[in-house]
Design a binder for this molecule. Structure first.
Ligand SMILES: Nc1ncnc2c1ncn2[C@@H]1O[C@H](COP(=O)(O)OP(=O)(O)O)[C@@H](O)[C@H]1O
Ligand SMILES: [Mg+2]
Length: 346
């Protein structure tokens, strides 16, 4: 069960990438605003699901939170050591000491696993770095085998290489590697997206089991809403480098208030009979180099009015810890769907 203790508090996080090729007569150097002012809390023991189209800035967020790349500005407050620590202000050596607590699992375990190391060596590496046990010792081998067992890997796989495994097994290896250093927080970045659907659920079940057993906290990143729904306590919906909706998973799925979320949910394939109609969005995500003025979603929004082109909109509280960055946040899901359907008829 998630607690009310904040483990990680992200405050106005920005990550801008310089864009090459300055235009003539342009005053400032252009930047791609991959994360443009993100604030959110992640509670101890919860799974926070982060969703949004490809390119909206999810991976950038995961990497920047873990300080795998330096934020342009903002704070990442970590409470896992008792005191408040701003990860964004730590020196590399200080950050190294915290690495153990903060792990990441990527989409493609093939490129993130060293092909020249055996599974045993891969799992052992972090354990040795953090000096739990000596490399090559009996204790180390017992520990590695225990972790492998926890992750559903047979002991005879110890001396095999990543290429000898299936995609699902390779993902188990990268989970084992992350888990072996006893982390507190794991970013799962599209970690089942490359797998067949049947294998996906096995890996998701493993992540859910391990979380319970080890008291972990996840930031679960995926472009696939059905995956996120399955295991998230809360959900954040990202668009063009910002959080546009956030709330408890059930609230966001049953009562989405941002037109973007409403459209995303309508596109989830479902076996249920009473499926709502799909709402198709016009156009594609705007450029994060020259984001639209006002609400960044107005260029594709079926609700858009004149105000949306002019006035930026913060996250509006609609109750129960549910927020939507929409000028019409208080209009119900049903009212918004009706407007979308009417627009589609025209
Ligand atoms: N290292 C980088 N340098 C320049 N641009 C980047 C870099 N990393 C990501 N981007 C850009 O930032 C935006 C967000 O990317 P990303 O965070 O990978 O999105 P997502 O994970 O949601 O698909 C994209 O436009 C991407 O091209
Ligand atoms: Mg990504």
């Amino acid at each position: 069960m998630p607690s009310t203790n904040v483990l990680l508090s992200v405050v106005d996080l920005k990550k801008y990438f310089p864009v090459r090729g300055k235009r003539l007569f342009q005053k400032e150097r252009p930047y791609l605003r991959a994360n443009d002012g993100i604030s959110l809390d992640i509670f101890q023991g919860e799974t926070y699901g982060l969703v949004g189209e490809s390119g909206c800035g999810k991976s950038t967020f995961g990497r920047t939170v873990l300080q795998l790349q330096k934020p342009t500005s903002g704070e990442v407050l970590y409470y896992g050591k008792g005191d408040k620590i701003d990860l964004a202000r730590l020196k590399p050596t200080e950050m190294r000491a915290l690495r153990r607590d903060l792990q990441i699992i990527f989409q493609d375990p093939y490129s993130s696993l060293n092909p020249r190391m055996t599974v045993g060596q891969i799992i052992e590496e972090g354990v040795a770095t953090h000096k739990f046990f000596k490399r090559g010792s009996k204790e180390m081998q017992d520990y590695v085998l225990k972790i492998m067992e926890d992750c559903g890997l047979r002991s005879d796989m110890l001396h095999r290489y990543p290429h000898q495994f299936s995609g699902g097994q390779r993902q188990r290896v990268s989970i084992a590697r992350a888990l072996a250093v006893k982390p507190k927080f794991i970013v799962c970045d599209e970690c089942v997206s490359a797998l067949d659907v049947s294998i996906q659920s096995q890996i998701l079940n493993l992540l859910v089991d391990l979380k319970k057993k080890e008291g972990l906290t996840y930031l679960f990143i995926s472009h696939d809403l059905s995956v996120v729904r399955y295991l998230s306590d809360r959900i954040g919906v990202m668009y063009l480098g910002r959080i546009v909706e956030q709330g408890r998973a059930a609230d966001v799925f049953e009562n989405p208030r941002h037109p973007y979320t409403i459209a995303l949910i309508s596109a989830i394939p479902t076996v249920e009979k009473k499926k709502e109609r799909q709402i198709l969005l016009g156009g594609s995500m705007s450029s994060a180099v020259f984001p639209p003025k006002g609400c960044p979603f107005h260029t594709r929004c079926f609700m858009a009015q004149e105000i949306c082109q002019r006035v930026p909109v913060p996250l509006v509280d609609v109750g129960n810890g549910h927020f939507a960055a929409c000028h019409f946040a208080h209009k119900t899901t049903a009212e918004k769907r009706k407007i979308a359907y009417e627009k589609a008829e025209k």
